[in-house]
Design a protein around this ligand. Sequence first.
Ligand SMILES: [Mg+2]
Ligand SMILES: [Zn+2]
Length: 245
Amino acid sequence: MKIGLDYDGTLADNRAVEIAARNLGLINYPDYSYGLAELSKEHRAETWRLFTDPEYMGNLQALPGAIDQLYQWKNLGHKLIVITARGPKLQPSTRIAIEDDFPVVSKILFVDVFDADKTVLMKQEGIDVWIDDSAHNAVAAKNLGIETYLISNKHTVHNHQSRSLFPADHIVERVAQILFKTIRIKCDHCHALLKPTIHDLQDNRCRTFVKCPHCRRPVNVLTNKIPPSWKHAIYKGATNEHCYY
Ligand SMILES: [Mg+2]
Ligand SMILES: [Zn+2]
């Protein structure tokens, strides 16, 4: 599958608002929107200074578990594409930071402003799964019919109000907690592209097979590359591997 990922708050720890508050000696500051509208003028200016500083942006740290998770996905044959928002001045340092921590990412794409619409690039790249902490991009991806995961935790106050827009099993604190509900495999017989969901397998009595909607023949999902976490779910209660429709 093609897995599309946001960078700040999804793969990397970018807490510019908190750091700006610390730099200014602010103890209490308001919960903020994605546009930083609720911040004071000086807090907003300091946050913006960090957002436009190549050194700060080039030194963001990977979030816990993110590097390992991306290696796992890559090893399963998934293609990883990061789409992040950076003005032209910040793109070179950001690219280096991503390549350093996440050499498994095969493509890094930028939109120019940080609340920009990423859906044009999602469509262009044929993204199957989208992972993001920003609610506006996550909702936009979901509306495109993309399987979308919202990263939401105590550092993502900007998306807490939007949690109700996502099913509970599509909200996670970290990328390492994601268990995809859809896989993309090829029919062994007619080579059509199939997208069975984990429920297709759990709900049918022949759990290691799905029926190809094109040639109507059974396809063994276990001969395809699937996540290890799926194998457990599939084998649990499976009748046997030779079960056919
Ligand atoms: Mg983000
Ligand atoms: Zn087929």
